[in-house]
Design a protein around this ligand. Structure first.
Ligand code: IFM
Length: 483
């Protein structure tokens, strides 16, 4: 946690010789998600989620990897909390596994499942680490998928019930909650391009899914507000896309507008402004008539939020495109099906610059632009960086050490961008590094390492990388060294 009390110097350009001081109450955290780290896929009554079924289907995940064991966090959580404590992490964002706490998605709650999260939360609090809950990080119980999944309206109601169960179990000890993580991925990678679970490829279903995720968010916020003590923070996390046009042409500006609609405003419209943007409905009219939006839905989705969780990794470059569809380099995995409904006339391009092991261009100015845009479009809405980080091809050296200077450079640049955005008036309350541990990177399996802590999957040994020690110092001092 930031401990210093001297006057913040936010607003100044980075001083290459010095350090940037963050506000004293800035939260320094790290993040994970249940399916990516827990393992114990068949223990204590947990039922399969869509990711269990998807990853066990040959050809879906690189090397046939699954989350069956992952980083075995379900058994090793005390060690992981100890690690965080040693690294001065002030807040830990984790997700609750829906099929662990309400197996089958709609039956009785699992006492064993809820106890796991009680123990984890109490362990964090004992070490002075603030728990931050994500309710849904992509692991829909398979039984609910079999009943229609997110394209079915009922799933939104099941989600709200599940939110209520977790609130009743943990509401006395967790002060910060987010409903969904990156609903864009759940809707459009899960039901559009099919590169994520459940692997369906139907553009109309992807839009229905987006609406029911929005509805589930609204219903869950209502449920949480009813059950959680006053003063508890409730939010949502979006992977807002920072879009750039390839040229200054009007056609490219329109490509940006169109993708902005189905990447960002399809969520921020109803969640933050109370209505779907007219251009999004018009743009997608060839795919759906939007009759799945019932009267009153938009106001249900439009719930007051305590902050917006922002996940950022890389910007997206687009242009207008004539001819057959070519969705190209959009950073979201290869598929014959586009995740972008009714956007055949948009092409995606690789942004220039160095890239991470994911092939994502490193560009911290995108984070600055994103934060200042949210501030402009939604004045008064606090923000939290709920994810930011990078995968590199890390390996343990002969002495067992893991040196990752590229990750330190990435983090430094992105934290400097956050500092600059705060200086420009963006109300950013904290930063959660993705991720605490190397883990199951969805369709890439274990081939991509995002952790500040290296995991040797053969032994489950954890080795803090040099970036972990570096980040720990930043968190301890509240200062970002610029060299
Ligand atoms: O690992 C993911 C995480 O689950 C959601 N946000 C992006 C990360 C990196 O791809």
């Amino acid at each position: 946690m930031a401990t210093s009390t001297s006057v913040p110097t936010t607003g100044q350009d980075p001083d290459p010789a010095g350090a940037l001081r963050f506000p004293a109450d800035f939260r320094w955290g790290t993040a994970t998600a249940a399916y990516q780290i827990e393992g114990a896929a068949r223990e204590d009554g947990r039922t399969p989620s869509i990711w269990d079924v998807y990853s066990r289907t040959p050809g879906r995940v690189r090397n046939g990897d699954t989350g069956d064991i992952a980083t075995d966090h379900y058994h090793r959580w005390p060690e992981d909390i100890e690690l965080m404590s040693r690294l001065n992490v002030g807040a830990y964002r984790f997700s609750v596994s829906w099929p662990r706490v309400r197996p089958t998605g709609c039956g009785p709650a699992s006492a064993k499942g809820l106890d796991f999260y009680r123990r984890l939360t109490d362990g964090l609090l004992e070490k002075g680490i603030e728990p931050v809950i994500t309710l849904y990080h992509w692991d829909l119980p398979q039984e609910l998928e079999d009943a229609g999944g997110w394209p079915a309206r009922e799933t939104a109601y099941r989600f709200a019930e599940y939110a209520g169960i977790v609130a009743d179990a943990l509401g006395d000890r967790v002060k910060t909650w987010t409903t969904l993580n990156e609903p864009w991925c759940s809707a459009f990678l899960g039901y559009g391009s099919g590169v994520h679970a459940p692997g369906r490829t139907d553009a109309a279903d992807s839009l229905r899914a987006a609406h029911h995720l929005n509805l589930g968010h609204g219903l869950a916020v209502e449920e949480l507000r009813e059950r959680l003590p006053a003063g508890t923070e409730v939010a949502v996390t979006l992977n807002l896309h920072q879009l750039r046009p390839l040229t200054g042409s009007a056609a490219d500006a329109d490509a940006v507008r169109r993708i902005d609609g189905i990447a960002n405003r399809i969520f921020t419209g109803p969640m933050l402004d109370g209505a779907y943007p007219a251009d999004v409905i018009e743009d997608t009219a060839s795919v759906t008539d939007w009759s799945f939006v019932q009267e009153g839905d938009e106001s249900l989705i439009h719930q007051p939020l305590d902050f917006l969780g922002v996940n950022y990794y890389s910007p997206t470059l687009v242009s207008h495109h004539e001819g057959p569809a070519a969705h190209g380099a959009d950073n979201h995995g290869a598929s014959d099906h586009s995740p972008w409904p009714a956007a055949e006339q948009v092409a995606f391009h690789q942004t220039p610059g160095e890239r991470t092991a994911m092939g994502w261009t490193i560009d911290a100015s995108g984070l600055y632009d994103l934060l200042t845009r949210v501030r402009r479009d939604h004045p008064g809405l606090p923000m939290m960086i709920t994810e930011n980080g990078a995968a590199f091809d890390d390996y343990a050296g002969p002495e067992g050490e893991v040196r990752d200077p590229e990750r330190i450079a990435y983090l430094r640049e992105h934290l400097a961008a956050v500092h600059r955005a705060i200086g420009s008036g963006a109300d950013v309350r904290g930063y959660f590094l993705w991720s605490l541990l190397d883990n199951f990177e969805w369709a890439y399996g274990y081939s991509k390492r995002f952790g500040m802590v290296y995991v040797d999957y053969a032994t489950q040994r954890r080795i803090p990388k040099s970036s972990a020690h570096w980040y720990g110092e930043v968190a301890r001092t509240g200062e970002l060294p610029m060299r």
